[in-house]
Design a protein around this ligand. Structure first.
Ligand code: LLP
Length: 444
């Protein structure tokens, strides 16, 4: 254990437990990320700033890959770009041999730019425009169909050699209702009653190779929902195979693998997930005579979430008759998850990790909205102006969901790796607020 862990450990609580993995370290009271001081990063790059650990991304990816490979040898991991679309993150995943899940032409463009081959890119969009389909066809990425309308429009533009269909397996799950992407209320996927029509239409148009796909939701910490949905999708695959007479090159079970954010949450048992889902898979593909398709998943959060930290500086400490507010320089323009989903993110005082938690604070951003809070009722050491807070588990859906709301330029991103660091995205400037804006001639 680190020398610097104080003797008043009881008061502080099990400090190492509050830092989710060993690449986040307490060095004499200062938070280090893979050997780099967060104080140094804040000084050098200003705050707010997102910091990503390359090693942790690789570790997470390898853990998933190895867990799956223990049970089946034809696996493909389409890492979900939307969780973190930084070119450097995409490049790391490329060097690991990952494939990539994209949901917009822009994400496909970034994935191609990061060096992914078109066949390593699977596009799963919803409400897709014809010009977007054209772009995807020209880019030669694999397209996963979300509606009969999309399929018909695609086939008019071009008949691709391979097509996949996203089915709605009637089971959805997720950490928040906005993050449930299957089941009765969901806009995603094709229901069983139209699935035969979809594959038959594609086959008759001349499509030769097929995949099938589902994605039931995000932030799932137990295996049961995955199993229920997998069972349903495999039944649908059997139906299609028998009725339409096609075989599947791949069967994709989507993303959704959760990560604990709250102290009381237990991590998803990855080994158990791999063991249960793959034994069901192997049993059913044999029983249903589906051959030996690639087993695919699309983790986003699981790969990048705990690899990222958001550093933010305390501007003000304000005590009202009712609340104690810590005003920081990151708001929901920088990290929207707490405001959008009521999400909890662990927060530590990066420059005073050894100090006991003494006060209960609300951590508030700089936006002119009452909902601009990163946390409510958080136990923290006594906070002073200038302190550096680290918002943990910020690597997924952090920067990628950030905005310029209140005309605040987006912040920088930094990558750390084994004691080194580099700026991977410059912070925006006021000039970026003007970018693309035009004054109509009658006002000029
Ligand atoms: N595949 C598809 C087709 C998806 O739509 C998604 C996420 C994923 C894979 C990856 O899911 P993951 O493994 O990251 O759970 N903004 C929300 C999460 C929305 C996820 C949307 N789709 C949040 O911050 O919690």
């Amino acid at each position: 254990m680190n020398k610097a862990v104080p003797s008043n450990l009881e008061q502080v609580g099990p400090l190492m437990n509050r830092l989710p993995h060993e690449l986040l370290e307490n060095q004499e009271g200062v938070l280090y990320i893979d050997g780099v001081s967060t104080i140094e990063l804040a000084r050098k790059f200003d705050t707010p700033v997102y910091v990503m650990s390359e090693r942790r991304i690789r570790e997470n990816y390898r853990n998933v890959r190895e867990a799956l490979l223990r049970h089946y040898d034809k696996i493909r991991i389409y890492c979900s770009a939307k969780a973190n679309t930084s070119l450097s993150v995409l490049k790391i995943l490329k060097t690991e041999g990952a494939c990539i899940d994209v949901v917009s032409p822009g994400e496909a463009f970034l994935a191609l730019n990061a060096g992914f081959a078109p066949k390593e890119i699977l596009f799963t969009g919803t409400s897709v425009r014809n010009d977007e389909l054209r772009f995807l066809v020209d880019s030669e990425v694999t397209i996963n169909i979300d509606s009969l309308s999309q399929l018909r429009r695609l086939l008019k533009i071009h008949v691709p050699s391979i097509v996949s269909v996203r089915v709605n397996p009637e089971v959805g799950a997720g950490h928040h209702e906005h993050c449930i992407t299957a089941g009765k209320m969901s806009k995603f996927g094709i229901w069983e009653d139209q699935v035969i029509t979809a594959y038959r239409t594609a086959k008759e148009a001349g499509v030769k190779r097929f995949g099938i796909h589902m994605h039931i939701g995000s932030g799932i910490l137990t295996v049961e929902p995955f199993l229920l949905a997998a069972e349903k999708m495999l039944e649908i695959a059997r139906l299609v195979h028998d009725e339409v007479g096609i075989t599947f090159e791949f069967i994709d079970f989507g993303g959704g693998l959760g990560v604990p954010y709250r102290p009381e949450e237990k991590p998803l048992d990855l080994e158990n997930y791999a063991e249960k889902v793959l034994s069901l898979y192997k049993k059913r593909i044999e029983e249903y005579e589906l051959g030996k398709p690639w087993f695919c998943i699309e983790p986003g959060r699981y790969i990048v979430c705990d690899a990222g930290v958001l550093l933010t500086t305390v501007n003000t400490v304000k005590v009202t008759p009712f609340r104690k507010f810590v005003g920081v320089d990151a708001g929901f323009n920088t990290l929207i998850r707490p405001a959008m989903y009521g999400s909890y993110h662990p927060i530590v005082v990066a420059n005073r990790l050894n100090e006991p938690e003494k006060e209960t604070y609300d951590v508030a951003g700089p936006l002119c909205e009452s909902g601009d809070l990163l946390a409510r009722d958080r136990s923290l050491p006594e906070i002073h102006e200038g302190d550096l807070l680290a918002v943990l588990n910020a690597g997924a859906y952090g920067f990628s969901m950030s905005s310029q709301y209140n005309s605040r330029p987006r912040c920088a991103e930094v990558m750390v790796n084994n004691g080194q660091y580099a700026l991977v995205r410059e912070k925006e400037t006021f000039e970026d607020l003007l970018k693309g804006q035009k004054i109509p001639p009658w006002l000029a």
